[in-house]
Each structure stands twice: as structure tokens, then as C-alpha cells.
Design a protein around this ligand. Structure first.
Ligand SMILES: C/C(=C\CNc1ncnc2c1ncn2[C@@H]1O[C@H](COP(=O)(O)O)[C@@H](O)[C@H]1O)CO
Length: 298
């Protein structure tokens, strides 16, 4: 983790980031911006404060869009904030970060400790661009040391938009509530076709297999998801397979987009040619009050 904020005995001092502002010691408020937005107490508060909050929320989107627009193709990696460096998922995340960097992808994480730090480390050490989208928390620890481009968000929902908008794919490693929230949000967006472009890869079969079984045997059997929905998930422990899955989806999407552009261009040309034919046809000439078109007429 970042160590610019360490006291004389090497102990880390508490610190809070609010947009561009860093707060330490007594200046740190007792609550976070998300808490104040979601815990607000009634109509008076909504009237007087929330309209102004909207501007602050807007500024988070502006800052995020502005900073991330120049990223190369990227993959968002999620996983536990609590994993230790000797855990299976840490090792997997570090190798994944490196493999993604070698395949030309930037790695976007929540910028925190655990799996996030491992993925950022793997990416940074392999020469990739390592991105951290931090979140203001009551017990914030700051962005991990391996983040090259970092943004601190006050609001979870603004941050979540960035994870989706600037990524070509999601990879989810073992984690708790935060990780499951991010995974199910991604799956819901793909299932409802709000995003069409990205694969969701789950890594850590020892951790996810039980959930996948439950999705198949309970969720799908009870009709709460469709038979096709489980195919949205690629489950693997193999880093190369995860990266190939992402690269192949990218290639397929590019081919689809090129084909769509070509179709649109052909349709436009066809429409222009039809208009030209119509303009030049005897029927059209006879009804045109300006008389027949003469070549070279301006
Ligand atoms: C719990 C601890 C620190 C928390 N710090 C976090 N920093 C950044 N992002 C976080 C943090 N905690 C959760 N997240 C987001 O949720 C996912 C991990 O949540 P989980 O519940 O641990 O699975 C992660 O992908 C982040 O986007 C002190 O150890």
C-alpha cells in the first residue's frame, strides 16, 4: 500500500481522499459521502442538500470520463480485499494481471488490498498500465502501491460505471459481498443486453463451483434465469484460457463491428444510387418543376 503517509515510527497514519482533497487526522469526517447520501434523514435534507450533491456526483463522472478516456483496451479484475499474498487467489490474480498486460490490456481494479493489489502488481511488473478506482470508505487504506493511474471516488455507483465503460471484459476472483455485487452487476448488464461486448470470466473453481452448481440446479431449474444464461460465464483456473477467452471475444466483436460498418456503408451507397436513379428517371424529370437536370448545372 502507498507509504507516503507514514509517521516517524513507520506506522501508517489515517487518511481520507475526497476527489482532489486529502484529509488527515482530525480533518477526517466521521462519515463518508455515500453514507451521507444514502442515510440522509428526511425531506428537509433531500430538499436542501441533495440537489447540490447532484453536482458533486456529476463531477465524479466528469473526472472519471476525462481520466479514463485515453486508456488502452482494459479488463476489470475483481476479488477480495482481504486475500493475503500466500493465498491461491492472490497468486492467480498476480499471474492474470501479468498475462493481461502481455496481451496488451490495462488492468482496472478497485485499487485496494488483496486480490486488487495482486492484479495491479502483476500488471505493473509486466509493463502494463495498472489502474485503481478507489472508493472512500470509513476505514480507507489508500490506493495500493502498484496503481499507476488512480482515481478516488466518493460514490460507489459512479465508480461502477467506470469499471464497465472502460473495460472489454470482467474477471472475477474469489471474494465476498463486494466481489459478488460486482459479478452479479456485470452478469445482469450482459443478460439484459445493456452491454453486449464483454465476457465475464470467473477464476478459482474451488471457490465458485458451488455457486455455479446452485445457479444451474436451483436458479435455472426454478426458472429464475434462462437456460442460456449460464453460458454467459466462463469458469476456469487457467490464466491463458481466461486471456484467450477475452481476446477471442474482442476479435469477434471487432469483426462484427466491421461487418456492421460495411453493411451500413453499403446501404448508404445503395440509397444514394437509388436517389440518383430516381432523380434521373423520365418520370421524375417530367414532374420536376425546375425542368430536366442538365449536367454541370449548379
Ligand atoms: C476490507 C479492507 C479494505 C477495503 N478496501 C477496498 N478498497 C477498494 N475497493 C474495495 C475495498 N473493499 C471492497 N472493495 C470493492 O469490492 C470488491 C472486494 O470486496 P470484497 O467484499 O472484499 O469481496 C473489490 O473488487 C472492490 O472493487 C481491509 O482489508
Amino acid at each position: 500500500m502507498a507509504n507516503g503517509n507514514v509517521n516517524g515510527r513507520g506506522r501508517r497514519l489515517p487518511e481520507r481522499h475526497r476527489g482532489a482533497v486529502t484529509l488527515r487526522r482530525e480533518a477526517i469526517p466521521l462519515s463518508t459521502a455515500d453514507q451521507r447520501l444514502l442515510d440522509s434523514w428526511g425531506r428537509a435534507d433531500w430538499k436542501t442538500r441533495d440537489a447540490w450533491r447532484a453536482l458533486r456526483i456529476l463531477s465524479e463522472f466528469v473526472e472519471g470520463f476525462d481520466t479514463l478516456a485515453d486508456l488502452p483496451p482494459a479488463v476489470s479484475v475483481f476479488g477480495s480485499a482481504r486475500s493475503k499474498p500466500d493465498s491461491r487467489e492472490w497468486e492467480l490474480a498476480e499471474r492474470l494481471g501479468a498475462a493481461l498486460a502481455r496481451a496488451g490490456y490495462a488492468v482496472i481494479t478497485g485499487g485496494g488490498p488483496g486480490v486488487m493489489e495482486a492484479a495491479n502488481k502483476g500488471c505493473a511488473e509486466a509493463g502494463g498500465l495498472s489502474v485503481g478506482l478507489g472508493i472512500e470508505l470509513p476505514f480507507e487504506q489508500g490506493l495500493n502501491d502498484w496503481v499507476d493511474v488512480g482515481i478516488d471516488f466518493r460514490y460507489f455507483f459512479a465508480r461502477k460505471t467506470m469499471f464497465v465503460k472502460y473495460a472489454q471484459a470482467f474477471v472475477v476472483l474469489p471474494g465476498g459481498f463486494g466481489t459478488l455485487d460486482e459479478m452479479f452487476e456485470a452478469l445482469t448488464l450482459v443478460q439484459t443486453k445493456k452491454v453486449t461486448r464483454f465476457p465475464v470470466v470467473l477464476m478459482g473453481t474451488w471457490y465458485w463451483q458451488g455457486l455455479i452448481d446452485w445457479m444451474r440446479d436451483t436458479m435455472a431449474v426454478e426458472g429464475k434465469i434462462g437456460p442460456e444464461d449460464l453460458k454467459l460465464i466462463c469458469l476456469t483456473d487457467d490464466v491463458d484460457e481466461a486471456v484467450s477467452h477475452i481476446v477471442n471475444a474482442d476479435v469477434a466483436l471487432n469483426a462484427e463491428q466491421q461487418a456492421a460498418f460495411a453493411r451500413a456503408a453499403a446501404e448508404q451507397q445503395e440509397a444514394a444510387a437509388a436517389a440518383e436513379r430516381e432523380a434521373g428517371s423520365p418520370e421524375r424529370l417530367s414532374t420536376d418543376r425546375r425542368g430536366p437536370r442538365i449536367d454541370g448545372e449548379i
